[in-house]
Design a protein. Structure first.
Length: 139
C-alpha cells in the first residue's frame, strides 16, 4: 500500500523551476502511483493560485491537473491542536491529520520545526526522497 502524503504547494514551485529536484521526483512518484497524495479544497485552491503566480507553462499546469486527478480529496474534519506561526500553513496540518497521512512534505520552516502532527511526520523533500523512498527501494 502506498504511503499517504500531503505535499505543500512549495514542492510544485520547486519542481517547476528544477525538474530534477527531489520535489519533482516526489510529484512524479505520486503520478506513478508509488505514493498516495491527499489534498483538501483549500490546498487545491492555493495550488492553482501558486501556479498562476509563477506563470507556469501549459504543460506544467497539465501535470498539476493530472496530479489533482490522481490525488485523494480529503474532507478537512480534524481539529488540530498544534498551531503554526503562519496561519496560512494550518491547512496542511489539518489535511495531514484528517487523511491520517504518513508524511507532510514541505520546505516551510514553520511546519518543519513542528516535526509531527499526530502520526504524520513533517519532512523536507530531499530528506523524504533520500531517507524514505530510496531506502524503501522504490527508486
Amino acid at each position: 500500500m502506498p504511503l499517504k502524503v500531503v505535499l505543500d504547494t512549495n514542492l510544485f514551485v520547486a519542481a517547476y523551476w528544477n525538474r530534477q529536484s527531489a520535489s519533482a521526483k516526489i510529484i512524479q512518484a505520486c503520478l506513478a502511483g508509488e505514493l498516495q497524495p491527499c489534498y483538501t479544497p483549500e490546498i487545491e485552491r492555493e495550488l492553482w493560485v501558486v501556479i498562476r503566480n509563477i506563470r507556469a507553462r501549459e504543460d506544467y499546469a497539465a501535470v498539476v491537473s493530472n496530479f489533482i486527478g490522481r490525488a485523494a480529496p480529503v474532507d478537512p474534519w480534524s481539529q488540530v491542536e498544534v498551531r503554526t506561526e503562519d496561519p496560512e500553513d494550518q491547512k496542511f496540518l489539518v489535511c495531514a491529520a484528517s487523511a491520517d497521512a504518513d508524511y507532510l512534505i514541505t520546505s516551510d520552516d514553520h511546519l518543519l520545526k513542528l516535526r509531527t502532527v499526530g502520526k504524520t511526520a513533517i519532512i523536507k523533500p530531499a530528506a523524504f526522497w533520500r531517507d524514505v523512498l530510496c531506502r524503501r527501494g522504490n527508486f
